[in-house]
Ligand binder design. Sequence first.
Ligand code: ADP
Length: 580
Amino acid sequence: MLTVFKDLKPFFKENKKRYTLAILGMLSDNLLILVPPYILGLVIDAIYQQTLTIEQLIRYSIVFFVVVSLSYVIGAMWIFQLFGGSNLLTRDLRRQLMNHFSKMRAIFYEKFRTGDLMARATNDLRAVSEMAGFGVMVFMDSTLFLGSIILVMFFTVSWKLTLVSLLPLPLLGWILKILGDKVNKRFKASQDAFADINDEVLEAVEGVRVIRAYVQEQSKQEQFEERTEDVLAKNIAVTKINSTFQPIITILLGVSYFIAFGYGAMLVSSNALSIGELISFQVYLGMVVWPVQSIGELINLVEQGSASLERVNEVLDASDDMEEYGTQKITSQPSVQFDNVSFKYPQSPDYNLKNVSLTVPAGMTVGIVGKTGSGKTTLIKQLLRLYPLGEGKILLEGKNIKEYSLDEIHSKIGYVPQEYILFSRSVRDNISFGVEEASEESILNAIKMANLEDDIKRMPEGLDTLVGEKGVALSGGQKQRISLARALLLNPDILLLDDTLSAVDAKTEKNIINTIQTVRREKTTFIITHRLSAIHHADWIIVLEDGKIIDEGTHASLIEDENSWYYAQFERQKLKEESI
Ligand code: ADP
């Protein structure tokens, strides 16, 4: 049961000084607290025997006062050290989790849902951290403190009375053990249910517009109520088991008191125990109440903490099954080569890329087209190493992509997805994100290339306009172009545009892409688009279908084959644009 403390050993070791101070403080405090009842017994016996002198009373009073004051100071010190430790553990675990989240790639996030990760990073983390503060305290109380009170009762008052009155304790231990196992199971189930509801809330908030548009409020509400009921039922199950702890403890302590008074009175009447000793014993028995209760608390805390630690560690131990990165740096404007690349997503039954071979000399602009689901995004995501590499090789500057470091890949390859990511800051901060101290001129240049100038002029605060959470204050096309400007400012060696301009009109898309191509003449650009007009001027175009390259060439060469998908698509789009 106490393995959770063992699991936290590295943390305790790291904070050895803090915990040594806390535990020593707690121990001496607990020992000091045992002194006043002993003095009380002595004073009562002296009064009863009429032997108490004024000097004696003053001496006892001074000792009493010193002990209580010392206990207060030491108490404040160990409580501060111990509960500070709990805060430190929260910080450390939070850092570890955040660090892990930022390193993990796509597969990890397909394994764990966002709501679940949030639940683990908040509720579970709190339960684990309690172990390092309150948990340690109740552990000490229910072991060393309880043990020392019993020893003092045993040796300074009466061993017989101690043994007899504590008879109900083993029974209590046995009952609490049985209940403890149940707490663990029920608590885990309640945390899982909480994770589910977190996910549900996130989805509902993010999808609120769609829910309303499709008049699904009622059904969503019902679904949500079902989940809430589930969480409630599981939390009640935990509360039920917790609530059975206290009455059992109270009853068994009551039995102890009953025995102590009854048997104690018998001992006094047979002169085996003095009145003062019996009173000291009762005070000690009163002191036993909390440590015994804390056994219940301990079981609760430990079982909940270990269930939560298991859930936190499950995330920390989960990897994204990715190959190691190399250490090489990209030294030139790199050429890119796909050499017979085949790949399938871990969750996918079939190959999503099949024997793709493509050579892209440095500085080339490549258009990638094909039906939805044909593997366009998958192909360029392989360059970002978001998923494990498939069969075949991907080469940069002629070297296997595996040999390059993660930082190198991220800093030299820019990716602009269709689903923009904006932060709730100003337009300027969103564009200069990732470039430290970007000059005003370079920001304005990126804005010009992304055709954002007029939009920014119309914004109330210009570049300093706040975009709101996830860019709510902007149109879809504006959001896409801000995210494009961000990548253009970074000016990466290889730029991947993944249907980046789907929300702007065809003419604007064409203009932006032509500008990008001119500005990035020396650099490599991959452009995925549904509008063939946007990539007329690309140096090379590949057509994907079902993960395979079914056609490739320049725009002029591709439209020569009137039976091709490219030709049919081109004609259809031309007619549509003309009719508009
Ligand atoms: P495109 O960009 O051409 O629209 P994608 O490259 O996004 O197509 O997808 C190619 C295929 O891979 C599709 O059949 C899609 O369902 C599948 N796919 C995409 N992402 C994943 C994933 N994370 N796990 C499993 N299958 C995926």
